[in-house]
Write a protein that binds this ligand. Sequence first.
Ligand code: GDP
Ligand code: MN
Length: 644
Amino acid sequence: MVKAVRRIWPARKPSGTCVMQAIGDLSEKRAMAETKRRARGEDSIYYDRSRDRWTGTITVGWKPDGRRDRIIVRGRTKTEVKDKLRTKHQELAAGIRTTARYTVEQCLKDWLATLNTHAETTVTGYLIMARHLAGLIGNIKLVELKVRDVDFALGKLTEHLSTRSVRLARMILIQAIRNAMVNDLVVRNVADLAAVPTGKPGRPSRSLNLEQALAVLGQAESLGYQLGFQDLNKQQRQAYEQRKQWGLRVDLFEYQAKDLFAEYGVPVQPGKVAHTAEEARDIAAEFAADGHPLVVVKAQVKTGGRGKAGGVKLADGPDEAYAKASQILGMDIKGHTVHTVLIAQAVDIAAEYYLSFLLDRANRTFLSICSVQGGMEIEEVAHTDPDAVARIPVSPLTGVDAAKAAEIIAAGRIPAEAAEGAALLAGRLWAMFTDEDATLAEVNPIALTKDGQVLAVDGKVTLDDNAAFRQEHARFSDPGSTDPIEARAREKHLNYVKLDGEVGIIGNGAGLVMSTLDVVAQAGAPFGGIRPANFLDIGGGASAEVMANGLEIVLSDPGVRSVLVNVFGGITSCDAVASGIVSAIAMLTERGDQVDRPIVVRLDGNNAAEGRRILSDAAIGVVEQVGTMDGAARRAAELAAKGA
Ligand code: GDP
Ligand code: MN
């Protein structure tokens, strides 16, 4: 790691004295100073005409040859020289005497070199920021660095970075100077005194919508990445924060919720799922044969208000079920396309009530909400007549026994004729809620039928993904909405998210891949809106096999017209990645997979030159190398546009 950091640092100028050597020099000098007679510390300031500079000197002792040992400082103004002399006095008081030209740049480098225990992605982030800083104030001697220099640098950074990034820059500078202080190279941490100016608001991701961004973040997070918030817009950030804080949510479809209800004895009407209108008709025919010709056709989407949107319709008999299902299938309800419908035996409803259990985070307990005024207007009721909606805390220690269930039902003012059935339902719903590690179980409506039965007509359940280790949440996975390529990628343990563009993306590190998506989206705009086709992070290892699997997955997307492999060598050096690409393509060809689309490769970082040589030597027809990320993105977009 240390090696990598050193290597990718741009060769700005011949590097200064290394820390160890500087420290060696120091202790020698200090020892000397201590053995010699001390001067009275008298300063002299004069204008040096030959240099056109003000010059200040402090006598600190005598050299072995008997001459004065002086510290000399120079500046354009007398004040500047006085400033410098003051700093020197402070250093002398602290026992510091730097003769080496120890610059801010060197200070940053030395600090970076101490970071070998940090995650590679983190160090890469620090490195980039340290480079920004070095470009602005790298030449300044550390002992002469002033708060205003730091203010200037941070101010400059705000011109193109977010506040968060500027804060990171300041943190890096503080850490680096602290490291120098430990080594007696400076007495004061001026970065500590600099304020953080406000940067630009976070740069919104240009290439991902909310769901995609969250999917990407989820993948990355499961690998333990710390992602840059500057890549997200406000809405994405809030949703991400929420998920991070609350864990991932597993929302169930109504039919899945009702399957769970049935397992726990919460009464529900019989029903079956249909994907086509024909299936809907067949199910309705079955129910009709059982003596239940009246069915309800219900859109299965993970959002509420389906009834109001026309996604819940009664149907009398198979033909009507067919007609209603064809209306509802394909419908868009609040941005959710209906792929499936639930065909349930219709219930003759006399009254509708509301009941739910949820995690009450604010009060660190569970909560039950119950109301006699259930149905489609419950939100409205809660707003206009809050007293009609009872909120009853439920202790996790005692849960919901018969007495508690009765209390909840009474608080919701459920009438006597439904009270017993509703209390039973509440007890069973609570059992499901706790046993399945749910954070929400909602029944709206609980129906009281004309013949006096109480049952759950609708169900909404959210499971807590934090409990995934002890639950079988996989059974609720949503094969309809999971992309088949994503499913195969998951089997191969690849962090792949399908997007809908034309340029297949393979990169290492979630942050790099996210940036790559943005750069490709931008580069693709002039080529008729060419966009990234996927997110794929092959991670740190990037063995030939992982690369082969990655290429195979990306190429299996028929929408992909070109592939961009963007790798920044760190722990895995570029030569290893290059060899990986070469053998991956050989491996795929051997397997009989067509590697028939152009692959643009950009290698940078650790051992990039060697990696590039390996790739050129392999002379693979479809592989083309471009040195920069922007250039590679442009080329990949261009090739995708040609291939379309
Ligand atoms: P939501 O709008 O997404 O909450 O979907 P629901 O499943 O709650 O259905 C909405 C409304 O449709 C309910 O409040 C009921 O009024 C009505 N509904 C649903 N199922 C039936 C049924 O089997 N029979 C009757 N009569 N009405 C139903
Ligand atoms: Mn409902």
